[in-house]
Design a protein around this ligand. Sequence first.
Ligand SMILES: [Zn+2]
Length: 388
Amino acid sequence: MSCFRRIVKTMLLLAAAVTLAVLPLHTVQADELLSSSVYIIDRDNEVLTGVSAGTSAARLVSCFENDPSGIKLYGRDNKAYTGNAVATGMKALLVVNNIQRDELQIIVHGDVNGDGRITITDYTKIRLHILSHQKLNGAFALAADVDKDGRVTLSDYTRVRLHILGLKHINPDKLPLAGCVIGIDPGHQRHANNELEPIAPGSSTKKKKVSSGTQGRFTRVPEYVVVLKVGLKLKTQLEELGATVIMTRETHDVNISNVERALMMNKANVDCWLRVHINGNNDPKVYGMSVLVPAKGCMNTKDASVQQKSTALGQILVDCAAAESGAKNLGIKPRSDQTGFNWSSVPVCNIEMGYMTNEKEDRLIITDVYQDKIIAGLVKGFLEYFSE
Ligand SMILES: [Zn+2]
């Protein structure tokens, strides 16, 4: 080594030593990092995975263990994001006392183009990557590795296809309702069916196949419209948490009797199902939320635990939905005259979200804001029911 080089080397070592002495010893505290029991944090890549397509910013923030006020989401345009579809390539930041403590890039498996959805475009992008026509990089390559084996292969391509076809959800593990099968029956339909059917197997007592339901005394909005809207929104949220959801109807133009609705749920062997209704009363002063549950001994099974589970579910749902929406909690009401209960061999209950004959509840129940509060309560209720 020449003399000059030796001097340079000594100076560099000296500079390094000085730098080390000047820098304060700073160890990162655990509470200075983002942490989540719902999502997976990969510190090697500094990414957050396990996020389902269609997750809202609010829900994502609520799934961190940190104080939500310190969590900021930024879109790929570096603007604060508060929308309804968190996408691959966005960032979650932890900011405490105006100092950024942590940053993770968000990976939505299957969302390869960063639009927050899993569509045919993502499927095509994965194909082009596999064929080496157009390589995916960084977060987008990680999002394409749906089976998490570290490579983007035909297996990922197939899984994205199955997801798009609705045959197999991409992100089934780690979600709190993974493996749960929930039925939702939005009550009534556009046209009542006044033909009769037995209210229980072998019963001589008969009721209308599908009654017309109630209608807003003040808003004139029919019950069947509101309950379908609530049912579909609830479906989306439960699916986001990993549940498989079976709907009795997704449009108004069906003709499915109450016996048929129960038999659909029996056949699908759902873990439980919820009938969604709104009440009516001649007295406009009557208001409040209740849940009807099957009375003892009237279900389509000899297994007494099915009725007990129905009652437990009903109690949890009415308590959570009333608490979240601020509705008056009228509790659970055991009934033996409900065709949908008597034919069911799986746990079931029926929420009556309020009274459309009461002016205040009629005007509230048709708004998205109020519906979303009820739905948030129902989601909490299902999480509690399935955690027991
Ligand atoms: Zn009804």
